[in-house]
Design a protein around this ligand. Sequence first.
Ligand SMILES: C=C(O[C@H]1C=CC=C(C(=O)O)[C@@H]1O)C(=O)O
Ligand SMILES: [Mg+2]
Length: 452
Amino acid sequence: MSALTLSQAISSLKDKLCQLAKLTPAEPIVQLAAEVQAIPLISWLASQPSYPRIYWQGRDRLEEVAAIGSCLDFRFEDEVTDEALAEVYETQRAYSSNQEIRYYGGVAFDREIASWPEFGRARFLLPRIELRRSSDYFRLLVNLNLGQGDQQQEIAQAQAALDALVPARPMTPPTKTEQLSRNDRPDYPRWKTLVEQVTAPRFNQDTPKVVLSRLTQLQVKDTPDPWQVLASWQGRNPNSFQFGFEFSPERSFISCSPERLYRRQQQELYTEALAGTTIRGLSPEEDERLAQQLLDDNKNSNENQLVREHIVKALTPLSRYVGADETPTIFKLNHIQHLHRSIRAELRHGVKDFQLLQALHPTPAVGGLPRESAISFLRQREGYMRGWYAGACGYLNKYESEFAVAIRCALLEPGCINLFAGAGIVAGSDPQAEWQELENKLATIMSILLDF
Ligand SMILES: C=C(O[C@H]1C=CC=C(C(=O)O)[C@@H]1O)C(=O)O
Ligand SMILES: [Mg+2]
């Protein structure tokens, strides 16, 4: 059967909903699907009038999703343990044997303290509508939760959500934003004090790495459209994950992150150590020289090595096999390059996604080492709320799941753009050089948002 146009797919799904109304489905979570012709997902998403709006594209670009609305929404505003999260998910997962059912969402950097409104400490949802691309195969999906309440009412809501869909409008690049003011938290003098505290030999002996970060708030005349910004960002760094969560028109969180927390396919797990940074050269020769310097540099090697060691140690009790690159390679982005080591594990049977999140998040690429003392330092001294910055965002499914580390990101609010950047502070870190590293990490998004 050939792929349908979007309006044909909507009609086909509405017919399937009518059929469903006459049945007693075997399972409470139902997904209906129709194959559609190729559509630019991000422009389609940006055109839709309903919320939440969620976008996800994997780093390998094989999987892309635009999701609208929700038929199940798990939102944790107050303290939540990983055990509680795991229990909710496992219960939910037992309701369906369909391997295409996915829960999209994220967890905050630190689930023990308050987080952003709407986002909470963790939030996962089963979207009402998904437009999903797997390689070059596109499907329009509608999800139903028939487990609670009235089946006819749930079907009517799914029909209404399909009726509310509008065609994709072509997307233009974002117009440059006029910056009214800029405010950094911590500011440079405070940053210098913090770096000196972390690198002081007595502290560093017990806590060899703390990833300090900064919130840069830009007060702007007009907040740009998050999806236009994300589409531009995607063009600059196509080898990154791209994702966005807009739970309401008030606030959106977008990220173009190079860092994978993990990808699980059945019992196979792929993760990595991505830490250690330098800039790109202006010529191929200069770029190569900078890459070689990064590979040879002790401070940067140490930043990466600590992440690798920690991940291998954290995965060992959960795995039958763990293998990690001995030597780092270079991962190039638009304005910067990083040290990268791949790590692969074969998980023991019965290991759950929330155990993986617990073991891996936050890695010493965004938290520090040992985790508890680094996080306790950040909680007491960093001086602003990270929320979902450096958290984990992605999706869960019975057979596979993927999470990115939410760095290189922006929280857009009316009149204000919040940008976040962190740098791994280890012995030998220099406050000025690490401050410059924060600027380098913001260079791509700044060049999209502002006129230089
Ligand atoms: C914490 C961030 O980057 C991490 C990932 C790659 C390189 C890093 C570094 O070299 O410091 C950081 O560990 C960030 O971009 O906000
Ligand atoms: Mg660094």
